[in-house]
Design a protein around this ligand. Structure first.
Ligand code: FES
Length: 192
């Protein structure tokens, strides 16, 4: 991913500030990576090169560790972070279809960020709202019953000014109310 203006200098300076607190020993690789990601939000290639230089190890070793642990991300987080739930309940009712729709629309793959850094896309495990499956979380907002058409609507809503689409929150609320209502009706039928 291309670096933004001024980002190169920021990376070099942040990595420098962090590494100066450590001894240049290979076993410091993990904590250094964690700290660099904490500061930069991800691990750019330049940061990994600088870390390798500091620890006097091959860059491929740094890259190997960064890709081994899924706590590390190699792409910058987008202004809007889209997380598609791939837990069993969501997967069974169209989680993969939602993921495919986002990938097609954004022209990126899961784990990547759009070149303008507006959106990043990733898969997550169950987020605990299985009754709304398939579920997508955009930033901190849970979107339920996500169909390909809904994907288009969401991207339109979050594009532009990056504002929270009130409509989607209302739809989720309405969905929850519908579900509660049908559950209550179901209970009522059982009691009668
Ligand atoms: S499996 Fe997606 S919310 Fe539980």
């Amino acid at each position: 991913m291309e670096l933004l203006e001024g980002e190169r200098e920021e990376i070099v300076s942040e990595v420098g500030n962090i590494t100066e607190k450590y001894q240049p020993e290979r076993e410091k690789l993990l904590p250094v990576l964690q700290e660099v990601q904490g500061r930069l939000g991800y691990l750019p290639v330049l940061a990994m090169e600088k870390i390798a230089e500091f620890l006097r190890i091959p860059t491929i070793d740094v890259y190997g560790m960064a890709t081994f642990y899924n706590q590390f991300r190699l792409n910058p987080p987008g202004d809007h972070q889209i997380k598609v739930c791939m837990g069993t309940a969501c997967y069974m009712v169209g989680g993969q279809i939602a993921m495919d729709s986002f990938e097609r629309r954004l022209e990126i793959q899961e784990g990547e960020t759009t070149p303008d850094r507006k959106f990043s896309l990733e898969r997550v495990a169950c987020v605990g709202c299985c009754t709304l499956a398939p579920v997508v979380v955009v930033d901190d907002i849970v979107e339920g019953h996500v169909t390909p058409t809904r994907v288009d609507g969401l991207l339109l809503a979050y594009d532009g000014e990056g504002r929270v689409p009130a409509e989607s929150a209302r739809q989720v609320e309405a969905g929850q109310q519908d579900e509660q209502q049908s559950e209550q009706e179901g209970e009522g039928e059982q009691h009668s």
